[in-house]
Every structure is written in structure tokens, then in C-alpha cells.
Design a protein. Structure first.
Length: 277
């Protein structure tokens, strides 16, 4: 088949809830690259928390921080931090509405102290891989730093948690013209609603465009795999869209195909079905 440019989300797609990559998925990625296809990570994670076990699978590049950082074959194509003035404006608005935040920077992750308590008490919907990952980070003791240590030099993005959806909607009046809101699925009994704001014009789909421009190919040659709402722009940009079996319903509705879940090594079996590996 024609050579494809394959973009893979991490959490809920490549791996499940901070688990190591499975042998099958690792073999699928390596097999696709051996067959001449290019494979890229396309994740909401910032670079410091993409584990070595994931990077050691071997990829041709990384779109990180939901499109704010793009690198291909060791060369940085794009790196965009929100100005500190903007970060503080967003934090003031979220805090004014009783919401807690997580700031992701090139150095690490910094969080409001109340956010950890809210995350631990949350009941995660099975399709909310972002909330599950944050809960697992707490359990594993991943080095999430308190906001008091935030260096105030700008950041890639802000994630938020709220006790009610009304507060989330109220902040859109202030920020909705400049940011896309990715609000993740929540369990019916949940008292924690989580999501992130992504600067308009800077997203995973735009990152894919930059990668394709680097290689001189069109988006028609791309395949994207994802599961959550921060994958939405990636899916819309892709030539062929694959939603995981555990994906949120909004993503499944725009997909060309729904493959097996992350727990069923969906990537492995879909790569085989498509004869990528």
C-alpha cells in the first residue's frame, strides 16, 4: 500500500492509564516503520511526562502538549508557549469560578493543591482517559509540583477541574473566543468535571499539517488514532480516522472506523487489518 503517516494519541490509545506499552502494540509500531510508514506520537502530554518506555518503541517524531510542541527526527518544528500574562488571566478566571488548574510547561507540571483531592474523589468514566491518567499519576507518585513552585515563564496549556459544569460554561464567556474547550466525558454520578483549554489555531491537527509540510506530503496520506476530545482536531485533519473502542461518543461519530479498545490492543489489530504492519 502507499506509505502512510500515522499519528497516535498516547493515553487511552497507545497505552492504558500509565501502563507500559504492550508487546503487541510495540511490535505493530515497529512493524509499520519497517514497512516504510512514518509513525508519530500525537499527545496532550508535555514532553517531560512522555515516558522512556514509550519513546523507546521508536517514533519518527512527536506532537506534544496538544500541538504546542512539534518535533520530527530530532528537529523542533514548532514550540509555542502561552505568555505568562495570559496564563495568569486564565488562572484568575478559573479560580474566580471555583475551579482548580494544572499548568503544563517545558519543565514539568504544576497544580493547585486542591486539585489532587478532587481528582482522588472523582469517579472516572471509562472513556475519560485523561482523568484516569491523572488519577494514576497521583497513585504512582509522578512528580507533579505544587503551584507555589511554578516558575511563571509561560506554559503550553492549562487543564482544569470543576465540581460542576455550570462553572465551566461560565468561564467560556471570558475565554471561549481565544481557546477551544475540550471537556472530557464524565460519569453520571461524578462530582468532578475535567478538561483543558487549547489555543485556537494551535492543536493536534495543526501539528499534523506541520509534520506533513516537513515531508512534503498531503493530509490525505495520514491515519489518526485517538480516544478523547483533545484528539478531535487531529481526527478532523486526518485522511483516515480511527477511534478506539473506548473512545468518547463524539469522536466515534467523526471516525471512519472504530477499532478494538486500548485494553484489547486495538492498534495492533487495526494495523494488521490495514496491512500497515
Amino acid at each position: 500500500m502507499d506509505k502512510k503517516f500515522i499519528f497516535l494519541d498516547i493515553d487511552g490509545t497507545l497505552v492504558s492509564a500509565m501502563q507500559p506499552p504492550s508487546a503487541r502494540v510495540t511490535a505493530a509500531v515497529r512493524g509499520a516503520r519497517a514497512n516504510g510508514h512514518k509513525v508519530f506520537l500525537c499527545t496532550g502530554r508535555n514532553m517531560p511526562i512522555i515516558g522512556r518506555d514509550i519513546l523507546d518503541i521508536g517514533f519518527d517524531g512527536v506532537i506534544a502538549s496538544a500541538g504546542s510542541h512539534v518535533e520530527v527526527e530530532g528537529e523542533v518544528l514548532f514550540d509555542s508557549l502561552l505568555a505568562e500574562e495570559t496564563i495568569q488571566e486564565c488562572l484568575d478566571i478559573f479560580h474566580m469560578h471555583g475551579m482548580y488548574c494544572r499548568i503544563e510547561t517545558p519543565e514539568g507540571i504544576y497544580t493547585d493543591p486542591q486539585m489532587e483531592e478532587l481528582l482522588q474523589a472523582a469517579v472516572a468514566d471509562a472513556s475519560n482517559s485523561e482523568l484516569i491518567r491523572m488519577q494514576k499519576e497521583i497513585e504512582a507518585g509522578i512528580g507533579i509540583l505544587p503551584y507555589a513552585e511554578y516558575p511563571r515563564k509561560g506554559a503550553y496549556k492549562i487543564c482544569f477541574t470543576s465540581r460542576d459544569l455550570e462553572s465551566v460554561e461560565q468561564t467560556r464567556a471570558y475565554l471561549g473566543s481565544r481557546f477551544v474547550y475540550a471537556v472530557h466525558p464524565y460519569a453520571d454520578s461524578n462530582a468532578c468535571f475535567n478538561g483543558e483549554i487549547i489555543p485556537k489555531g494551535i492543536d493536534k491537527g495543526r501539528g499534523m499539517e506541520l509534520v506533513c509540510g516537513y515531508y512534503g506530503v498531503g493530509l490525505a496520506d495520514t491515519v489518526a488514532f485517538g480516544d478523547s476530545m483533545n484528539d478531535y482536531e487531529m481526527m478532523l485533519a486526518a485522511g483516515y480516522r480511527v477511534a478506539m473502542g473506548n473512545a468518547c461518543e463524539e469522536l466515534k461519530r467523526v471516525a471512519d472506523r472504530v477499532c478494538g479498545s486500548v485494553w484489547e490492543d486495538g492498534i495492533y489489530y487495526e494495523f494488521r487489518r490495514m496491512r500497515l504492519a
